[in-house]
Design a protein around this ligand. Structure first.
Ligand code: SAM
Length: 233
């Protein structure tokens, strides 16, 4: 189905619901995907897992200040906005097409008060420094290129130092057993806790009535400031 009158845009629909499929307890969002082979143009498998987590946390999302990093077409940020969060969506400052994707997703779901900003990981820009107080930072599939990992942690650690009670909720795809972020977590004085997928109904190949995440191995992690006293994962 074409979306927004643009020939190369197609809407992908996600319906989040309770296990008993109670119709009163469901949320449907529509995400316009751009039919181009670029990273920020369509919904990645990690996004639907993070969005499912947000859906299960919807009670605590109401009224919270949420920033999404590397949002792309912004399924998690849109779900947070639909759950009542005050949302800022961000993507590469040098990629206006990605920022337009964020705006298009907001329009498709009637969420009006969402701010869209260019925030490039690792860049201490005025827009990063001047962000308002945050409660939750989201990052779906932002750990896909090891060359960027340090830059992502730089931005996340900066924001967590400014907002010491905030948390970074992130999903990543296990693409290589050789990639480890343990050293980076230590360096930036961060700790992380793994959230088992079966604890929020995401241990399925098909979430939100979509064909995602498919057979991809996704992990959900909560990153906080400071060292964990025991067992980071
Ligand atoms: C794999 S895509 C994930 C998109 C979306 N979060 C999802 O899961 O569907 C990675 C996203 O990070 C953005 N990105 C890449 N490098 C970036 C950088 N240095 N700073 C900020 N965003 C970046 C891309 O534009 C893209 O939207």
């Amino acid at each position: 189905m074409a979306g927004g009158g643009e020939a190369n845009v197609a809407n992908r629909v996600f319906t989040f619901e309770e296990a008993d499929r109670s119709p009163e307890e469901s949320l449907t969002v529509s995400i316009p995907e751009v039919l181009e082979p670029q990273y920020g143009m369509y919904v990645w498998p990690c996004a639907v897992v993070l969005a499912q987590y947000l859906w299960t946390q919807r009670e605590q999302l109401r009224g919270r200040a949420v920033l999404e990093l590397g949002a792309g077409v912004a399924l998690p940020g849109v779900v947070a906005a639909r759950c009542g969060s005050k949302v800022i969506l961000s993507d590469l400052a040098e990629a206006p097409s990605c920022l337009e994707n964020c705006r298009r997703s907001c329009r498709a779901n009637g969420v009006q008060d969402v701010v869209v900003l260019g925030l490039t990981w690792g860049d201490l820009s005025p827009d990063l420094v001047l962000l308002p107080k945050l409660d939750i930072i989201l990052g779906s599939d932002v750990f896909y290129d090891p060359e960027d990992f340090e830059d992502v942690f730089f931005s996340v650690a900066f924001l967590l130092r400014k907002n010491p009670k905030a948390q970074f909720w992130t999903t990543y795809q296990e693409r290589s057993a050789d990639w480890s972020v343990d050293e980076l977590l230590r360096r930036w004085n961060l700790s992380c806790a793994n959230i088992p997928l079966d604890s929020f109904g995401a241990d399925k190949p098909d979430l939100a009535r979509s064909a995602l995440p498919g057979r991809h191995h996704i992990r959900m992690t909560v990153v906080t400031l400071g060292r964990a006293e025991e067992g980071t994962s």
